[in-house]
Write a protein that binds this ligand. Structure first.
Ligand code: NAD
Length: 409
């Protein structure tokens, strides 16, 4: 697939920094199901924001890339090599949802993409937009950014069917060599958690907090039970903070013992919470939390629970980020029953575009997108998912909602 475009320039990455030209080539994967609908509304909104913010001085040169069912129909592959090569060269891409092929082979295209590019940080900011129906009394109290480790943990894909030759062989080894108590015929899975994997995730969470004026990073874990995996995640985080961020970060213990509980200005507090308690904390005292760092499975649960608190997945954005490659994505799935109906909410992908602008340093465009989306929601002409729960809400199509956001800029 050609990614050459005479109008656009490639984004480059050197010494840990992205260099963004004024006319960057950016990958666009519309995705499956409702993907094409939400992508076309999103593209309209993002282009309008760049035009409004930079008056022609900047422009995104979108590079459409094939993945998912359309790619399979055309090439026999759900994730064609040409698409993977193009993303590697483009470095930044935005994608709609991809359906998980049924019947073996690839477990999930999204997981495959994360592993292929080693996109180790799944970043999900969760904040409330006024007017969005929420089950909470004060949904605005929640404003967190979740950094979820994307590659390791029970998600690493190492598990074996109950009774299989592999499970029996591993079971025998564990029983014989490590005195593990295992019932015969057990299914087995492995939970790999490495110091390198944990530290790079927690490093990016702390760096994000520093760069964005956040006050606290909380490591969420089940280290009380899984001491050598979840507990180690937390301990490696404290080790990392001491080794690499001692000027910028203090621990919660230090806050109490050295600073009498009063946070010194300019310092970020690093603490940790047990995952089950954290679910309660986020419901009962949401305003006390800021940036969260988690292993893979905890982060999966936590990010959807947080999204529900502020009104659901329909407008929750996300990004999967590695060193030198970043893919911004809608966090919901392909909602196949609404495919092609121009009906669903494009908010998740639009706000992922806002995240992408911020990531590129195009904050003016990002702010325009966010403010316009907020204004459009307050106008109460919204897609069905919001309209049906909103007093006085009027349902409009996906594309019409996109146009209302553009009009609100
Ligand atoms: P889903 O998120 O696609 O849909 C569940 C329901 O949520 C929908 O029926 C719809 O009522 C609602 N919904 C989802 N997105 C919406 C939007 N933008 N606006 C309004 N309402 C919306 O979840 P599912 O049905 O479990 O999964 C369908 C397919 O999507 C599966 O193949 C699954 O593997 C895939 N999936 C992909 C991703 C991804 O690409 N990141 C994530 C989750 C699921």
């Amino acid at each position: 697939m050609a990614v050459e475009n005479i109008q656009g320039k490639y984004i480059t990455f050197a010494d840990g920094e992205y260099v963004i030209p004024d006319n960057p080539l950016v990958g666009a994967l519309a995705g499956d199901g409702i993907g094409p609908d939400i992508w076309s509304a999103t593209q309209m909104v993002l282009d309008a924001a760049v035009e409004k913010a930079y008056a022609g001085k900047r422009k995104i040169c979108w590079q459409p890339l094939a993945a998912g069912e359309a790619a399979f129909a055309a090439t026999g592959s759900y994730l064609p090599e040409t698409t993977l090569a193009a993303i590697a060269k483009l470095r930044i891409a935005i994608k709609g949802p991809l359906s998980t092929p049924t019947g073996g082979g690839i477990r999930s295209l999204n997981v495959a993409l994360r592993h292929h590019f080693d996109l180790y940080a799944c970043i999900r900011p969760v904040r409330y937009y006024e007017g969005v129906p929420s089950p909470m009394k004060r949904p605005g109290d929640l404003n967190v950014v979740i950094f979820r480790e994307n590659i390791e943990d029970v998600y690493a894909g190492m598990e074996w069917v109950a009774g299989s030759e592999e499970a029996e062989a591993l079971g025998d080894y564990l029983r014989d060599k490590l005195q593990a108590k295992l019932r015969p015929g057990s299914a087995l899975g492995i939970k790999p958690v490495s110091p390198e994997g944990c530290k790079r995730l927690i490093r990016s969470a702390i760096q994000y907090a520093i760069d964005n004026g956040r006050k606290m990073v909380t490591m969420v874990h089940k280290g009380n039970i899984m001491k050598f995996t979840e507990g180690a995640f937390c301990q490696w985080g404290y080790d990392l903070a001491k080794a690499e961020f001692s000027d910028q970060v203090i621990t919660e213990d230090e806050l109490m013992t050295k600073y009498q509980g009063v946070p010194p200005s300019g310092k970020i507090i690093l603490n940790d919470r047990i995952a089950d308690a954290m679910f309660q904390q986020l419901l009962l005292r949401p305003s006390e939390y800021d940036v969260l760092a988690t292993l893979n499975l905890n982060g999966d649960y936590l990010s959807d629970a947080c999204a529900a608190q502020v009104g659901g997945l329909g407008i929750a954005p996300g990004a999967n980020v590695g060193d030198g490659i970043a893919i911004f994505e809608a966090t919901h799935g392909t909602a196949p029953k609404y495919a092609g109906l121009d009906k669903v909410n494009p908010g998740s992908l639009i706000l992922s575009g806002k995240m992408m602008f911020d990531f590129m340093g195009w904050n003016e465009a990002g702010l325009l997108v966010e403010k316009a989306l907020q204004k459009a929601i307050l106008g109460r002409k919204v897609t069905y998912d919001l309209a049906r729960q909103m007093e006085g809400g009027e349902e409009v199509s996906c594309s019409a909602f996109g146009k209302l956001i553009v009009a609100a800029m």
